[in-house]
Write a protein that binds this ligand. Structure first.
Ligand code: CMP
Length: 139
């Protein structure tokens, strides 16, 4: 079993789709180990997405990610990182496979409902960004 981090983004929280997304993740075999609703401040969003700092969409991404609450969930499954990326689909919902979370729930390439870690190394760092060891529990 390995772990990954998902962030249900402000678009999907504001539109009350986060419950359906959590259910979708559960039905796909992901076990929650940590879960919280929080609102990122500008410094947190800039740090979390630091790798994209030079990209033209960075200011808009930071503004979007701080626009309202997010639901952050540490998930466990076999090959969690690659499995979750399959289940959420392509960044742009117009290109996401049918039945993926972004195809079902995302609004646009930026307002794309959910973030997922892109490597085991980043998953460890991203889980640590939001959760202490004591926050991570087994059911
Ligand atoms: P995420 O998987 O969280 O990683 C970086 C985020 O930046 C991505 O999802 C989108 O929300 C956003 N993003 C990536 N590419 C673009 C783009 N070309 N235009 C706008 N937003 C983007």
């Amino acid at each position: 079993m390995t772990r990954t981090l998902a962030i249900i983004k402000p678009d999907a929280v504001a539109s009350r789709k986060f419950g359906a997304i959590l259910d979708h993740l559960s039905r796909e075999g992901f076990a929650p180990r940590g879960l919280k609703m929080t609102r990122l401040n500008r410094a947190q969003a800039e740090a979390f997405y630091g790798v994209h700092r030079e990209r033209p969409f960075f200011p808009s991404l930071v503004s979007f990610m701080t626009s309202g609450p997010v639901v952050v969930v540490a998930l466990e499954a076999e090959s969690a990182v690659s499995r979750l990326r399959e289940v959420i689909g392509a960044t742009d919902p117009a290109e996401a496979d049918e039945g993926t979370i972004r195809a079902l729930y995302a609004e646009s390439k930026e307002r794309n409902a959910i973030h997922a870690s892109d490597s085991d190394e980043n998953a460890v760092a991203e889980i640590g960004f939001f959760f202490s060891k004591a926050d991570l529990l087994s059911l």
